[in-house]
Design a protein around this ligand. Sequence first.
Ligand code: CMC
Length: 426
Amino acid sequence: MRQKVEITIDGKIVELPVLEAAAGRNVVDVRGLIAEGIYTFDPGFLSTASCESRITYIDGEAGVLTYRGYPIEQLAEESSFLEVCYLLLEGELPSETQLSSFVQDISARMPIDDQFKHIFDGFTEKAHPMSMLCAAIAGLASLYHDDLDIKNAAHRRESAMQLIAKTPTLAAMTYRKSIGAKFIEPDPELGYAENFLNMCFGEPGKPSSVSSTLSDAMDRIFILHADHEQNASTSTVRLAGSTEADPYAAVAAGIAALWGPSHGGANEAVLDVLNEIGDESRVQEYVDKAKDKNDPFKLMGFGHRVYKNFDPRAKVMQASCHAVLHEQGADNDPLLKMAMQLEKIAREEEYFIDRKLYPNIDFYSGITFKAMGIPTNMFTALFVLGRMPGWIAHWDEMLSAPFKIGRPRQLYLGPTKRDYVAIDRR
Ligand code: CMC
């Protein structure tokens, strides 16, 4: 039976249709309200669906995450990042031939134009990788003038391929720049994650010596980050894209949104907090700080807007994290031991249990990256690599159907009309 919602505005009953979801909560269609002279108010979009989507489904209460219907646990266990990219973009898993030509197409687009590499000359070695990556991704539009017709599906597909292919190369270049080292070219013989790790940590002209444990863990981390429905950065990509901005600009806006410590920047912030705590003896003191209403301190890596249960990605990451710690011989690293203690205390404290604050994916990815020897300021750039296919899939989904420029309303509370007062009379 079709549901509807009735509201009364100044004595008039207004009927609002309820749109049925394939899974999860149905949605009240409030579009008719504008004709009744009223808006809805929902800061932070806690109750508002901003679009229809067929890509990713999350049930935060049950701890479920699917990409195109496939559970994240199965994809993390059995798939590869590039196959997941294909799935997110195309909606279906590829055949063997489709996957191998997709992999080749990505590999062929990984090298960066020689002149474009000079963009990094404009940065100092102190520049944050996210600052460089944001600028470089936006700058890519300057290379592809002929493929920027966002109404053309073939052009959109080409931009998607360029973005997935070039992000690891550019992200690795931001790292090489920050350590003052020569760039390393992508190697078409290497898998996506291994290529990225080799471009970061390899030696120019030498074959890759990246261990398969590390490249497999990295590939899995990318899968886990690949999409997360209408999160802040994806919504930013949609909003910027709704102005018909080119895909590189829209994605650069998403990168900027991801940078914040409440979103992708949390994996870096987790390590900052651990460094600030400094010693196992002070863990409880910081847990108490997090619980103190008068203290703005938050335990980074805990809590999630949507998951009020264990984040399914965090569960998969927890296993990968422990495998990497073991392989790297980092089980006894004091910082990492402190992280494990923090996890234990926070999961036993009433404050965290009552508020359903579980360790999130950033908690485990931050610790895993640290154990892999990746510098803290690169952590969020790794999230960019993972999230890229999700951003583009959402951008493409929006542009593939009729859409409107994103333009929220407001509840105005400022001064009402008043007359200008000349400066000598103020
Ligand atoms: N440490 C201590 N208290 C917390 C934390 C935390 N990390 N997170 C939430 N709370 C408290 C919060 O103070 C509030 O308490 P009360 O009900 O007494 O006022 C309650 O829990 C509900 O929190 P909220 O701020 O209303 O929740 P939200 O949905 O608005 O925020 C969040 C979600 C992720 C921004 C927040 O939990 C947070 O800041 N966590 C730390 C940052 C972090 O790890 N972010 C990464 C999220 S996962 C990666 C991604 O998908 O982007």
